[in-house]
Design a binder for this molecule. Structure first.
Ligand SMILES: *Cc1c(COP(=O)(O)O)cnc(C)c1O
Length: 451
């Protein structure tokens, strides 16, 4: 099948995610035939370096031989079985594996099947915990401004990006939104740590004023990924842990995007040396192979549901494909790769190389910020560098960089006026240098006067 025929058939029947379909009158639709490592191949023999890990899920490259083999082995034994009343080795191994790499107090693994649904389930779990404990007034949630926790009605309720949320506001649950500690708008003479401390005062006040009615605070540790890759200092998480404990409110860490080594440590919250009450994982968990998510939690929460059936205190949440064995086998292979290849350690060299390659953009007249944590680097394009005034969103500057990337073998789908680089960990230094050259040209394209 050739490209143009596939595109025609696609546009006739497929409704794509996060897309104004009319855009495809101008922006090309690209059918992908195959992938290997960091590369994706289309039907015209073009290749694209997947600089955004296919929406942050792919960590060990496409068609990874080791993960492929793990899946093949599992496939020949068992494709799926329900997880109620039954269990299987892939699920048990994965639960053990995840618990072994998280803090001591994390002892239980509940399976869900995609990021958003794990957030919904975490919200229900926290709320239900307090109900079981007789704290009937605890019904609300606190989240940060500019946060993103998913697209289902529950997860969207605790998100705060207008682009995704505003239209649906009237059918969502109210959430207390506290200003994000993101370092981008901090004063120049204030350190990131001091800024985080100062911003925390607002969170403290929100907790102090509302804790009787609040189940949990939910945050994305260190990086608000969908929120334009804004980053903040881990001091904030340290203070948040203390305050949540003090005010009897759960701390939910949404590690869906930042988990599995993205921030330079296996999990983002590790940098603050804290233990969340609930941890949500997805995206990288299967190496980018298939949909799976988990909620990790403590004995304290688990025990609040453990009771005689007649008390009706059980957590009756379920998904048909809970802990699908094939997905779990991909996840187990992914965890093995982390151990076998000392990935977090080796990524340090790659992330340092990323830093060096992009350093020169700090001097670009239309770049206000080149920020990085571990294997995530973001470039913010602005109209006025000094005042950090944004370009009008309607100009859609980022798309110009995107199109430049496509012409030059790099897939870098921007977030508004923010370009970012979040590659699979199997990328080489040479490939990082290559991406940085194309992205720098993309920045020039996107910020050209005439455009
Ligand atoms: C992607 C993402 C989600 C939602 O996960 P889906 O699998 O896309 O539903 C939730 N939280 C964060 C931080 C994410 O990046």
């Amino acid at each position: 099948m050739n490209r143009s025929r596939l595109v025609k058939k696609d546009l006739k029947t497929v409704w794509h995610p996060c897309t104004q379909m009319k855009d495809h009158e101008k922006i090309p639709m690209i059918p992908i035939k195959s992938g290997k490592g960091v590369w994706l191949y289309d039907y015209d023999d073009n290749k694209y370096l997947d600089a955004i890990s296919s929406w942050w899920v792919n960590i060990f490259g496409h068609s990874n031989t080791y993960i492929n083999n793990s899946i093949k082995k599992q496939l020949s034994k068992l494709e799926h079985v329900l997880l109620a009343g039954f269990t299987h080795e892939p699920a048990i191994n994965l639960a053990e594996g995840l618990i072994s790499i998280t803090p001591k107090k994390i002892t239980k693994c509940f399976f869900t099947d995609n990021g958003s649904s794990s957030i919904d389930a975490a919200m229900k779990m926290s709320y239900h915990y307090w109900q079981n404990k007789g704290k009937k007034s605890k019904k609300g949630f606190i989240a940060l401004s500019n946060s993103y926790h998913g697209e289902t009605l529950g997860s969207l309720s605790v998100s705060n990006i207008d682009l995704y949320k505003k239209t649906y506001e009237s059918i969502l649950k109210d959430t207390i939104i506290v200003d994000s500690p993101d370092s981008y708008r901090k004063k120049e003479n204030v350190s990131e740590e001091e800024h985080a401390e100062q911003m925390f005062n607002k969170m403290y006040k929100a907790l102090k004023d509302n804790h009787r009615n609040v189940c949990a605070v939910i945050v994305e540790p260190l990086i608000q990924c969908a929120g334009y890759m804004r980053m903040y200092h881990h001091k904030y998480l340290e203070l948040l842990r203390e305050a949540c404990t003090k005010f009897n409110v759960h701390l939910i860490a949404d590690e869906i995007a930042v988990g599995f080594g993205r921030t330079g440590t296996m999990f983002g919250f590790e940098q603050a040396k804290i233990t969340p009450d609930i941890i949500c994982l997805s995206k990288g968990i299967t190496g980018g192979y298939m949909t799976l998510s988990t909620i990790l939690t403590t004995d304290d929460i688990y025990d609040a549901f453990y009771d005689e059936y007649e008390k009706l205190n059980a957590f009756l949440h379920s998904h048909s494909y809970t802990a699908n064995p094939i997905a779990c086998s991909a996840a187990n292979a992914t965890l093995n790769l982390f151990k076998k290849k000392k990935v977090v350690e080796n990524n340090k060299k790659l992330s340092l190389h990323m830093k060096k390659c992009f350093e020169s953009l700090n001097d670009h007249p239309h770049v206000s910020d080149v920020r990085q944590k571990g294997m995530v680097l973001a470039i913010e394009l602005v109209k006025n560098k000094k005042k950090k005034t944004s370009y009008d969103w309607k100009e859609r500057r980022g798309i110009k960089a995107y199109l430049h990337g496509l012409k030059n073998n790099v897939l870098m789908r921007p977030l508004g006026n923010v370009l970012y680089f979040m590659p699979p960990y199997v990328i080489t230094k040479k490939e990082i240098s290559f991406v940085s050259e194309i992205m720098k040209e993309g920045v020039d394209e996107a910020t050209k006067k005439s455009s």
